[in-house]
Ligand binder design. Structure first.
Ligand code: UD1
Ligand code: UDP
Length: 384
């Protein structure tokens, strides 16, 4: 039996972990035993527990409860806690997802005590090292043994950094293996889409009508912490909703909610509060957000996950960042990078209003990335 310790901590990782856990339980229960460690990076019920309850992920075996802190303090606490559990459990692999501080902590703790790291969502690059996530991605990839990229671009990026695509077993951190496997979030979106249709009542709860609202999410530190950027985004959303008589639904990350009063002017806050089309909500569950994504007219976001889901559900997307790791969306013309620039956001909105025929060729795999990853872990363990 192969033992995995999966490290999760932030909302998107918990959701991603559902795909691999489901694949293990459904297809490999006699070959793989998964333990889950939650770092506690996200801890509000609607940022963490709701996903375990809704997505059928086993409850974590360990919870470090590190909570919020500066990057250094938070990551250091995680490394200490993960190392302790690794020494006690001695798993065959440590599994991490994406690019958060929880990812980095796992990727630093495990290889130093000779436990190979499996990085799911490897190879993505924004080429902007002012993002904490870019540092986390690069460091994690270079400490990993099995790297799974969601897109062919991920493989190209790894090759540019010196990774070999034709390495032969046995795989180690000095002889890593890179696989293009598709996106575990695509697995999840396919798997949960129907359930969201029948179970979620988020549209009724918020009086939202099909195709008559914009769905927005904002949580990147360079947007939330910068009053000018945050103001530009909220001004653009407010103008569009007033000019077009269109609802704007914003399930806000707690980071953003906490900074609205500080970083938006009283005048703008009043305008928003007096705009009946502007609907701000706490974070919603995964089934709820899928329902919203499927029914929105357009999506505006600085989230990596929500950008991709706009593509899965064939919706135009305005990216509120200066660049994206998900370059395929922009190349396909279904997403436009508008940064936090009011005029660019308004132009992108007009563009999509006039150009309604978009095509969404498949780029994120076949919905079976989780199964492929399990198969490769088993092969790597067997040394074949
Ligand atoms: C983290 C990730 C980011 C990811 C995002 C997903 C890093 C460096 N960043 O950003 O890549 O896109 O998660 O959502 O790891 N807070 C709460 N309740 C919670 C969690 C957070 O109130 O349950 C508030 C706290 O004020 C905290 C702030 O949000 O200080 C930021 O949380 P943190 O986990 O540090 O970073 P995120 O912005 O969530
Ligand atoms: N998400 C959610 N509820 C929300 C907002 C987002 O379930 O209110 C989901 C979203 O569908 C996606 C994931 O959270 O699967 C993305 O997480 P987030 O935007 O926090 O982080 P990122 O992907 O940018 O790292």
């Amino acid at each position: 039996m192969i033992t995995l310790l999966t490290v999760v901590g932030a909302r998107p990782q918990i959701i991603k972990a559902a795909a691999l856990s489901r694949a293990i339980r459904s297809f490999f229960p006699d070959q793989i035993r998964e333990y889950i460690l939650h770092t506690g990076q996200h801890y509000d019920k609607n940022m963490s527990q709701v996903f375990f309850d809704e997505l059928g992920i086993p409850e974590p075996d360990f919870n470090l409860s590190v909570g919020s802190a500066s990057h250094g303090v938070q990551t250091a606490r995680m490394i200490e806690g993960i190392e302790e559990k690794l020494l006690a459990l001695k798993p065959d692999f440590l599994v991490v997802y994406g690019d958060t501080n929880s990812t980095l902590a796992g990727a630093v703790a495990a290889p130093k005590i000779h436990i190979p790291v499996v990085h799911i969502e490897a190879g993505l690059r924004s080429f902007n090292k002012s993002m904490p996530e870019e540092i986390n991605r690069i460091m994690c990839d270079h400490a990993s043994t099995l790297l799974f990229t969601p897109t062919p671009t991920g493989i190209k990026n790894l090759i540019k950094e010196g990774f070999q695509i034709n390495s032969v077993p046995p795989f180690t951190s000095d002889n890593p293996a890179c696989f293009h496997c598709g996106d575990v979030m695509y697995d999840n979106s396919l798997f949960f889409a129907q359930l969201a249709g029948s179970k979620s009542s988020i549209m009724e709860q918020n009086q939202l009508k099909v195709n008559e609202f914009i769905l927005g999410t904002i949580h990147r530190d360079n947007n939330t912490d910068d009053p000018v950027r945050l103001t530009n985004i909220f001004r653009a959303l407010n103008d569009i909703s007033r000019n077009e008589n269109l609802d704007v639904f914003l399930p806000l990350h707690p980071r953003t909610s906490k900074l609205l009063e500080k970083n938006l002017s009283g005048i703008l806050l009043n305008e928003i509060r007096n705009n009946p089309h502007f609907k701000i909500s706490p974070p919603v569950s995964f089934l709820d957000i899928i329902k919203l994504e499927k029914n929105a007219r357009l999506i505006m976001t600085d989230s990596g996950g929500v950008q991709k889901e706009s593509y899965f559900f064939e919706k135009p997307c305005i990216i509120l960042r200066p660049e994206t790791e998900w370059v395929e969306l922009v190349e396909n013309g279904t997403a436009i990078i508008a940064d936090a620039d009011k005029e660019r956001i308004l132009e992108a909105f007009s563009f999509f209003a006039e150009n309604k025929t978009l095509s969404f060729p498949p780029v994120f795999g076949d919905g079976k990335a989780g199964i492929f990853i399990c198969q490769q872990i088993i092969r790597a363990f067997d040394g074949v």
